[in-house]
Design a protein around this ligand. Structure first.
Ligand SMILES: Cc1cc2nc3c(=O)[nH]c(=O)nc-3n(C[C@H](O)[C@H](O)[C@H](O)COP(=O)(O)OP(=O)(O)OC[C@H]3O[C@@H](n4cnc5c(N)ncnc54)[C@H](O)[C@@H]3O)c2cc1C
Length: 293
């Protein structure tokens, strides 16, 4: 459990961080909350010579909401700040809900939303609702910025679209329609400090008749190498009057889309079953909530 010796840097501005990253190159690793990185270092899976702690850079943290424009969440914003934010709960309920399900209180107060995506674990909880709400990420370097949908930034297991010298600096969430509801659910071995077998988020909006689906998006986590958007659910439900039968059919379709694996936590067969159960449950829950808006 002893880490290698390393040099520690704590820049206070983006410019200082980019200068350090340019100078130290592959010798350095970015430290956000450290809830993943420090474990890898303690297990001696990685032995970085330098750590660049980005927590003191004000520009990279915080939750800002502008009516009509949407929300910007800094990459080093703590998971707990998202869990307890009233504006996140009000506008992006499924994201606050997912944040509240991560690890333990200690993990949520240390871990950051940026680290949760940069870690690129298929079972990560916040990417699923973020993708459901249409989030994009901003990646910055000394030379400028790039913006892309989160589902493109996460490329696979532990793989992200980040080049040397670049940092994930913020998430942008579009303003949700006033009638859009979002719901999140997961299945794991227990309530705290577990890794999900399957997680899922749904966003849904109804027409004025409160029966016809105007828009719907279902995203699955832990059943593919990255967050998986169901095209079948959108195709089957959009423009249709919602019913239990249709929800069951859509849920069955998600089972055809999911590509779960067997690992130490659950078998592919079990995950496959859970995908159907969660999809049916979440679609019905989202429909019920959308009728109340
Ligand atoms: C006990 C325990 C329980 C957990 N339970 C859950 C859970 O239920 N659900 C879940 O999703 N996760 C869980 N995790 C995983 C982890 O806590 C989260 O993924 C957390 O959000 C990681 O954020 P961090 O800031 O601590 O990342 P760090 O450990 O600091 O960094 C993780 C990786 O991302 C890189 N990185 C971080 N931020 C940036 C950035 N802005 N730009 C570029 N690279 C960056 C780092 O260099 C590192 O490679 C758990 C972890 C522990 C230890």
């Amino acid at each position: 459990m002893f880490m290698n010796q390393f040099e520690y840097f704590a820049p206070k501005t983006p410019g200082e961080a980019f200068e350090l990253m340019g100078r130290l190159g592959s010798k350095a690793r970015i430290l956000a909350g450290g809830t993943e990185l420090v474990i890898l270092m303690k297990d001696r899976i990685i032995r970085p010579e330098c750590l660049i702690d980005i927590n003191n850079i004000e520009e990279f943290k915080g939750i800002k909401y502008e009516p009509g424009k949407g929300m910007v969440i800094g990459a080093t914003t703590k998971i707990a700040d998202i869990q307890y934010s009233e504006i996140v709960k009000r506008k992006y309920y499924a994201l606050a809900d997912a944040a509240g399900e991560i690890g333990s209180s200690q993990v949520r107060h240390m871990g950051t939303i940026g680290g949760n995506s940069c870690n690129a674990s298929p079972s990560a909880e916040t990417p699923t609702p973020l993708v459901a709400y249409g989030a994009t990420v901003v990646v910055s370097s000394a030379t400028g910025e790039r913006e892309m949908p989160l589902e493109e930034f996460i490329q696979g297991v532990r793989m992200i679209d980040l080049k040397e010298g670049e940092l994930l600096t913020k998430f942008k969430l579009p303003e949700p329609s006033p009638k859009l509801v979002g719901r999140y659910a997961y299945m794991g071995a227990r309530d705290a400090n577990e890794i999900d077998f399957v997680n899922m988020a749904v966003t849904l909006e109804l027409e004025d008749d409160k029966q016809t689906v105007k828009s719907v998006k279902l995203v699955m986590g832990s059943v593919f190498i990255k967050p998986l958007i169901s095209t079948a659910v959108t195709a089957l439900l959009t423009g249709q009057k919602f019913s239990d039968e249709l929800a069951a059919k859509a849920a069955e379709a998600t089972q055809g889309e999911a590509k779960p694996i067997t690992d130490v936590r659950a078998s592919a067969e079990y995950r496959h079953e859970i995908v159907g159960v969660l999809a049916r449950r979440l679609l019905k829950e989202a429909f019920g909530a959308a009728q109340e808006v």
